[in-house]
Write a protein that binds this ligand. Structure first.
Ligand code: PMP
Length: 307
């Protein structure tokens, strides 16, 4: 079991995690009507706690709520209040290790029926150990028997809790088959993403990832990786990817807060590259980890000092 810190933020204050509950009659519980985000904190070389791209996470939370029609959150919260609640929660838990911070906006209105507008919301924050969801030294993926939910059913662009049943089905199917995670395809057979991470491949020196209209979450790390690649003069393309392109990719990796940057060494029993971390993946990964830990001056503005 991953370690969860024992103080949480709920509503407007820090309190014991064990007492941080939602009503069983709330829309959050009944319909999975919550939106969330998760971002990492790391200790830098001077012992400072750094949170990665907090403002972008706040913005995505707002956008997720907007897509779903949860309109009260935006009226009650702004980024300064958001950062201050995070700082308060981190301080109360005396966090001194790398950790993930999960922030959720729950619709806690009781039995509202299947609607979203004008309903009461409550924000929660809890912190847990930064244990990656897939192996960092070579992940094995399986194409899922489950399709990615399309934008006109439940949009993947909105990080809405209820939609994660789709990820649960696909991830469990992959685990049941002896793999680490899944590859989701859309209705046309194009590659979308993993259960909770974005995907990149390298072909002939070009870094390729599905575009943001490919039924995927607009990952904050995905954007970071694209910026890093441009900085390193690596050609990048955002376009549809066929499943069979994965099979013949020179390199592949997954990225996301909880996946970090994980090289992919096998997909559907086919080896990728020579089953080792490829040179472009290695180059991007080094810079990415430097940025997360505040070691890259050019990107230092992306981290917020929490203590
Ligand atoms: N796709 C899905 C479905 C996810 O759940 C995540 C993790 N939040 C990602 C991609 C990666 O997003 P991010 O880089 O913002 O963590």
């Amino acid at each position: 079991m991953v370690k969860i810190y024992d103080k949480a933020f709920l509503g407007d204050k820090v309190q014991p995690l064990a007492e941080s509950n939602l009503n069983i009659a709330s829309a959050a519980v009944l319909y999975g009507l919550s939106v969330y985000t998760v971002f990492p904190i790391h200790i830098d070389d001077n012992g400072k706690l750094l949170a990665f791209r907090v403002k972008d996470h706040f913005e995505r939370l707002i956008n997720s709520a907007r897509i779903i029609g949860i309109d009260t959150f935006e009226q009650e919260w702004h980024v300064e209040r958001f950062v201050s609640a995070i700082k308060e929660t981190v301080k109360a838990n005396n966090v001194r290790d790398n950790a993930f911070v999960r922030v959720t906006v729950h619709v806690n209105e009781l039995v509202p029926g299947t609607r979203s507008r004008g309903l009461q919301t409550i924000l929660s924050i809890f912190i847990y150990d930064a244990v990656p969801i897939i192996p960092q030294n070579g992940a094995r993926l399986k194409t899922s028997v489950w399709r990615r939910i399309p934008d006109n059913a439940i949009p993947s662009r909105a990080k809405v809790n209820g939609a994660y049943v789709n990820s649960v089905l696909a991830k469990q199917d992959a685990i049941d088959s002896g793999y680490d995670d899944c590859i989701f395809l859309d209705a046309n057979g194009h590659v979308c993403e993993l259960s909770a991470a974005n995907i990149f491949i390298v072909r002939n020196g070009t870094l390729i990832t599905p575009g943001t209209t490919s039924d995927l979450l607009e990952g904050i790390n995905r954007k970071t990786i694209l910026d890093i690649a441009k900085d390193l003069n690596i050609d990048t393309v955002e376009r549809d990817i066929d499943l069979t392109e994965l099979y013949i990719a020179d390199e592949a990796f997954a990225c996301g807060t909880s996946a970090y940057l994980a090289p992919v060494i096998e997909i559907d029993a086919r080896r990728i590259g020579d089953k080792k971390t490829g040179p472009i993946t290695k180059e991007i990964s080094k810079k990415y980890l430097d940025i997360l830990h505040g070691r890259d001056d050019k990107y230092r503005h992306l981290v917020t000092v929490l203590d």
